[in-house]
Write a protein that binds this ligand. Sequence first.
Ligand code: ATP
Ligand code: MG
Length: 226
Amino acid sequence: MAEDRCSTGVPSVDRLLGGGLETDSLTEIYGEGGSGKTLFCLGVAHRIAREGRWVFYIDTEGLSVDRLGAIAGAELDRILGRFLLSAPKDLEEQGRAIATACALAREGKRPVGLIVVDSGTAYYRLSLSGPDEDDARQALSVAVADLVATALRAQVPVLLTNQVWRSVREGTLEPLGGSFLNHAAKTILRFERLPGPRRRVVLVKHRSLPEGSAEFRITSTGLEGP
Ligand code: ATP
Ligand code: MG
């Protein structure tokens, strides 16, 4: 595997990504509920923590420790010992958690192998079409810019999950966050549900690879390639 790639632990996805996640940029994953975004993030985080590197995990879903247990098994405590977990309750708290994670990663006192923001847009979504929409967009932009700069300067891969909205006119599921997030993410993956535990991952955008797709399966202990 190339040194500038971080294996995802799912061989089919690594192949699609030319070896794994880029270590100097933000990767966005969008897709409908149940498409496997959280399980994917937990799987990558588990790998990094097992290697002894730190994972900064910003979790707006509030469920991930239990689910990490299904992946980590008896090693859960050891894995959690390498996690800096925060569970913000609104967009403002999320912004502070991201700023803290980025500052610590750039400081470089401990080896940080990954920053995860799951979901990056859940709180932002709540403000859409309301009086706070502009402020929320600004807050999200500041946080994403901080993540992008940190990935580049500290060489830490960033994984940010994004929710979707349905375009009635096009009949498609589109990511939230508009063109700003679309530009900020150097790799964009779309997760799609297939029958049963099967999922498709589509490479929508990459700096140096063509578009393509792969499949994986959800199992009781995480994700595996076909
Ligand atoms: P959301 O947008 O709601 O956060 P998500 O994309 O993060 O969704 P995950 O929570 O990662 O989705 O995936 C949950 C999916 O995994 C569900 O569809 C669930 O049915 C499936 N799943 C969970 N455990 C298993 C298992 N043991 N075997 C097969 N499928 C499973
Ligand atoms: Mg999720």
